[in-house]
Design a protein around this ligand. Structure first.
Ligand code: PEP
Ligand code: MN
Length: 337
């Protein structure tokens, strides 16, 4: 249940309203927006007489029952779109932020060449996996801690903020200087990890699981935001379907629906969604058209020799051409790219 408060509600009255509910055993979420302030109650609200609360509390304008299980990430509770700011870069409504870089960091030369080139083309954030979740234990597992060091070197050289995937909570200290922690598809429901990053003051890029529903993605984000970290970016990256000609099936409806259901920024990953390089540009354009706040695209200086996901990686020129196209489209979409 959420109560929308009157514009003039003082801090003292809001505090006493909240503590009244907390004394009755409810948890609360206070959401301060540009239009209004809202207080969401969590707990067994079925017995609450909402109309009575509205009539007897002078600071309450109206109440609404929230049927969804996700509250803190729910747009009904928090109407204003959340903008995540990282190293001078904004991700969220009004922006189309492009994250680019290799599937995995391979060497200093590789990550530096890619970083400089994608920055030149207009990417605002550099990606690079150091710990790689691979289906086969015999496949390249990433450069691990050394890979993070290489990524930080490229950050220093280019000024680009960086994002990299964490595998479990024991690695958190290694990510101290990484700007955005990525939780990959395979870890979307690793609840201990979600709780751990919920306690951090650092943006989290949460990717949708291969076979998870939109609601499950929102509930995973809820773990992080309810834990105290509201800097969460949702990422649609394709789901498993009956289709075999593409690696996954890009769920564009999820992008549009997530934007409606949640105030969090929503991006999509056309690389893992398709697995096919030639599909990345058309899907990237579709992602922009459907209202996403950005994309994450795998880009490599020599895709044919990439240690991971070369077949879906754009080369540096192809990425440059895609950026030029997206920049034109961003004008029509009224987005800062
Ligand atoms: C990745 O982005 O490097 C990755 C492994 O993606 P996903 O978790 O979506 O498979
Ligand atoms: Mn990859």
């Amino acid at each position: 249940m959420v109560f929308i408060l009157n514009h003039g509600a003082t801090k003292e009255k809001i505090d006493s309203f909240i503590s009244g509910w907390e004394q009755k055993g409810f948890s609360t979420i206070l959401s301060v927006g540009t239009e209004h302030t809202a207080v969401c109650l969590i707990g067994n609200t079925a017995e609450i007489d909402m109309d009575h609360v509205v009539q007897t509390t002078d600071i309450v304008m109206y109440g609404k029952r929230i049927t969804e299980q996700y509250k803190a990430v729910n747009r009904t509770v928090h109407e204003d779109s959340t903008i995540v700011n990282v190293g001078g870069v904004s991700i969220g409504e009004g922006f189309f932020t492009v994250i680019s870089g290799p599937c995995s960091v391979e060497s200093r030369e590789q990550i530096l060449e890619i970083a400089q080139s994608v920055r030149e083309s207009g990417a605002r954030i550099l990606r690079g996996g150091a710990f790689k979740p691979r289906s086969s234990p015999y496949a390249f597992q990433g450069r691990q801690a050394e890979g993070l060091e290489m990524l930080l070197m490229a950050k220093k050289a280019t000024g680009l903020p960086v994002v990299s995937e964490i595998m479990n909570q024991t690695q958190i200290d290694l990510f101290e200087d990484i700007d955005i922690i990525q939780i990959g598809a395979r870890n979307m429901q690793n609840f201990d990890l979600l709780k751990a990053v919920g306690g951090l003051k650092k943006p989290v890029l949460l990717k949708r699981g291969l076979a998870n529903t939109i609601e499950e993605l929102l509930l995973s984000a809820e773990y992080i935001v309810a834990g105290g970290n509201d800097q969460v970016i949702l990422c649609e990256r394709g789901i498993r379907s009956f289709e075999t000609m593409t690696r996954n099936t890009l769920d564009l409806s999820a992008v549009a629906l997530l934007k409606q259901k949640s105030h969090l920024p929503v991006i999509a990953d056309p690389s893992h969604a398709s697995g096919i390089r030639s599909l990345v540009p058309p899907l990237a354009k579709a992602i922009m058209a459907v209202g996403a706040d950005g994309i994450m695209v795998e880009t490599h200086n020599d895709p044919a020799k990439a240690l991971c996901d070369g077949a879906q990686s754009l080369d540096l020129d192809q990425f440059g051409a895609l950026m030029a196209d997206l920049k034109k489209r961003a004008i029509i979409e009224n987005k800062t790219i």
